[in-house]
Every structure is written in C-alpha cells, then in structure tokens.
Write a protein that binds this ligand. Structure first.
Ligand SMILES: [Zn+2]
Length: 336
C-alpha cells in the first residue's frame, strides 16, 4: 500500500480512504478523529468523533454537549479498528488530552502528530516517540531562528519583575487552552503561592484542569468590580491575548504587559503588540526539537503541514529523507 492511499490531503483535511475518516477536519464530516481541543483542530458539527476523553470533554466545554452526533473516547495506546484500518492514539505533549494518531494498514504506519512538543509540561502527558514509516509534522516554528529557552527561565524573569515592581499588576496574555494553565503551573513550580487572578474566559478550562488532577493552586476572578483597583497592585493576572485590547486591561494599576508565546522570540512581534515583558513559552516544538523528532521516528518520508513548511522540507531533503508540504488550509494555531 502506498502512503498516499492510506492518508491524503483533501479540502476538508487529511483523509483516510480505506477507513473513510478525516483527521482534524476543518469542515463537518461523517467521521472525524481529533488530535486535540484547539479550535482549529477540533471543530463542532461532525457526525461521529473519535478522540481522547479529555479532548471530548474540552470540546463539550467549548461547544456544548451536542458538539457532535456521536462520540467515542479512546485511551492512549489503545488500538481501534476503523473499517480495517488500525488507529492508535499516543500522547503529543501539547495540551491536556492531546494525541498523535497512528494509522496502520498492510504493514504501513503513518503518524499524524497534530501539534506537539518535547519540553517538559506538568499539565499534560509527555510526548511519546512512535516509530513510523511516514511522519506528519507541524511546522509552526520551523525556522532555525526559533529556539525556545527553558520555560523556568522565562517564569523566573516574570517573578523577578513582580518583585521589582510591587505596585504594578503583571498582566500575562496566554491562550485559554493549555498555555494559560501551563503558566499557572510553572508559577506554582517556581514557588509562587499567592492567588493567581484570571480573566473569565479562562475559568471553565482552568477548573477542568484542576478537576483532572492538575493542581494550579488558588485561582481568583480578575474582576475589578469585586474589589478596588489597588487590590491588584503586585498581582499576577492571566487573560487571553484578545482581552488586552479592550477596557478590561486598562482597569489594572499601571500594568506590565506580558505575553507568553513562542512568537515572543521575535522582538518586533512583541513591540507591535505593545508587550513590555515578552515570555518565550511555547506549546510547540522549536527548530531543534522538530529536527530531532523527525530523526528519532526513523521515518523514511515526512509530510509537513501548518507553518513554515519549506524550511523543514529542505532540511529533510538534506538529511536524505523524502519530504513534502501538505498545503492543508485552515490551521492557524490558537495555542501559541
Ligand atoms: Zn494546538
């Protein structure tokens, strides 16, 4: 069996003809396998959805219980037969519940890794390396300029600034699913034990993480109505990046604008967004991790998707690994 007979790009997303299913389709389909809960990968309106229990829970939280006609939960390492195609979900280390999907038939194994990272993250199951014939990789940060420092160093810079400016509020922009909870967890791991104030948009997902056993410590709503402006002097407030443009952000005393994202490696991006304290914390692989992972999978062929595809395709070719861009559209990761 040729790889392109087992999985192929279609306008709806990656399609498996023998199994008649799509992986992370961007349009409603009859059967969808979903890697993780970020909105560009997990959309509402499919007839059937197969995903990890946590991804299904996250979709229900975001879209409502009726987000799909029918759902089936799959555990990590559990193999499911879909019309003669073996499908196994493996941890991707990206956000809670995130999975790579291994698709196997006739001795050929393709791994669609979704979004993934290799750096330690106490808020989700670590990435598992799955040897395969064809590896499908994301390319969000696939340029050599992207090298993510250890996240502990970035959190240490945040805490140093908090100590230095006790009268100011540190307003940290972080995406609602994954990044926000990771920043909270990193703060706790660094010994920060004061309540963390959160924007309402983070409340349900953060409560879900806590219910799943990920201890984020005391979280309190960041509503100025509930107290006086001065109550937030010296506080750490976390909110979605979109909230920074509206009035919500101007309610805090002399805020230090921070943003936790892999994009903060690019100074110009930080400046454009008016970020005073950029924190390079990413839920995606950096360039080195991408290259290492491709090598370690032993894949003879690599398909590259969503991101800077050309540089990674070129790198693979230089290593003697055949590679091609998939040109899938509709993926603009909300998580970084
Ligand atoms: Zn993602």
């Amino acid at each position: 069996m040729r790889a392109s007979d087992l999985l192929q790009p279609r306008p709806e997303g990656l399609y498996c003809p023998p199994g008649d299913f799509f992986i992370d389709p961007v349009r409603p389909v009859a059967r969808a396998l979903i890697t993780h809960g970020h909105s560009d990968h997990a959309r509402a309106g499919h007839a059937k959805v197969l995903a990890t229990r946590q991804t299904l829970d996250i979709m229900a939280l975001r879209y409502g219980e009726d987000f799909a006609g029918a759902t089936q939960a799959v555990g990590f390492g559990e193999t499911i037969d879909v019309a003669g195609v073996s499908v196994t979900f493996h941890p991707a280390g990206h956000v809670l519940g995130s999975a790579q999907i291994a698709v196997e038939k006739g001795g050929l194994r393709i791994v669609a890794s979704g979004d993934y990272k290799r750096m330690p993250d106490a808020t989700c199951t670590p990435f598992e390396l799955v040897p395969c014939d064809v590896f499908i990789t994301e390319a969000t940060f696939a340029l050599p300029v992207f090298r993510h420092p250890p996240p502990q160093e970035e959190i240490a810079r945040l805490l140093k600034s908090v100590a230095q400016f006790p009268e100011r509020t540190h307003l940290v922009g972080a995406y609602a699913l994954g990044k926000a909870q990771r920043v909270m967890k990193l703060l706790r791991q660094a010994g920060y034990d004061r309540p963390i104030h959160i924007h309402g948009a983070l409340a349900r997902l953060s409560a879900y993480y806590q219910n799943e056993g990920i201890d984020l410590g005391a979280l309190e709503p960041a509503t100025v109505e509930a107290g006086r402006k001065g109550d937030f002097a010296g506080a750490v407030v976390i909110g979605p990046p979109s909230a920074f443009a509206d009035r919500w952000a101007r309610r805090f005393p002399d805020p230090v604008s921070c943003f936790a994202s892999g994009w903060m490696r690019i100074r110009q991006r930080a400046r454009q967004r008016g970020v005073e304290l950029p924190l390079i914390i990413s839920d995606h692989c950096d360039w080195d991790e991408l290259c290492e992972t491709i090598t370690e999978t032993g894949a003879g062929e690599v398909w590259v998707t969503h991101g800077r595809e050309e540089a990674l395709v070129r790198w693979c070719e230089l290593q003697g690994i055949s590679a091609r861009p998939l040109h899938l559209v509709g993926y603009e990761d909300e998580g970084d």
